[in-house]
Design a protein around this ligand. Structure first.
Ligand code: MG
Length: 221
């Protein structure tokens, strides 16, 4: 099944690769007992991990500890390689709120052994995303409240102004490594307050008053 960015528009944009940043908020780096990097630290999630509003995160049999991470997402609207910072915003289609669901137990083993995070981050349903809001509607994407509630209780509450990289720098950096294509998504990393989610939980995430997302949690049968 093909996933499209816009489920509410007539134009259909296929979701491409999902590029994620790690440790982009000082306080989250602290709670993970690590430091923020000098250059963006990247990993990829597969497109097959995407789910949408009112769908379910599935706890896979391989993991017994999933964590929520709420993040500002950037949808790319125009292909580009080696994009300079002054041209970067012309490649942005819009913004969304996303969850970077992580099998923390699997990730901890991977970190200890110096292994990649692809398993910990890549299960089906591990990338819930809201609809995309076009960039023209958003006056300043780096001054938006980012909030996540589990069963109505606030667990993560921050603002994108605390992110250590600008959107221009993120796009410039990624595009020096890999070509960005229309439909790619960038998940810009989570603020502090990450925590466990379990079967039956209902998760609500919001990005300012522009995007919201609601999903629940089920177990793999
Ligand atoms: Mg993350």
């Amino acid at each position: 099944m093909t996933n499209y960015i816009f489920r509410n528009y007539s134009e259909q944009v296929c979701i491409g690769k999902i590029i994620c940043l790690a440790r982009t908020y000082q306080k989250h780096a602290q709670e993970m007992k690590t430091t923020v990097p000098e250059d963006p630290l990247l990993f990829l999630k597969p497109e097959s991990s995407v789910i949408f509003n009112n769908e379910s995160i599935i706890i896979p049999k391989m993991s017994s500890c999933l964590h929520h991470e709420v993040e500002l997402g950037i949808a790319i609207g125009k292909d580009g390689k080696n994009i300079t910072q002054d041209k970067s915003m012309s490649h942005v289609l819009g913004y969304l709120v996303a969850l970077d669901i992580t099998a923390r137990d699997i990730q901890s083993v991977a970190k200890k052994n110096g292994w990649p995070w692809s398993i910990a981050k890549g299960f089906d349903t591990f990338s819930p995303i809201s609809d995309v809001v076009l960039k023209d509607v958003v006056s300043n994407p780096l001054d938006l409240d980012l909030e996540l509630k589990v069963n109505g209780v606030v667990k993560q509450q921050s603002n994108t102004k605390y992110m250590i990289f600008s959107i221009e720098r993120i796009i410039e950096f990624i595009s020096t490594v890999m070509t960005l294509r229309r439909g790619d998504l960038i998940l810009t990393g989570t603020p502090e307050g990450v925590g466990e989610i379990v079967e039956g939980d209902v998760i609500e995430a919001g990005l300012g008053d522009i995007c919201c997302l609601k999903v629940d949690v089920k177990k793999e049968k």
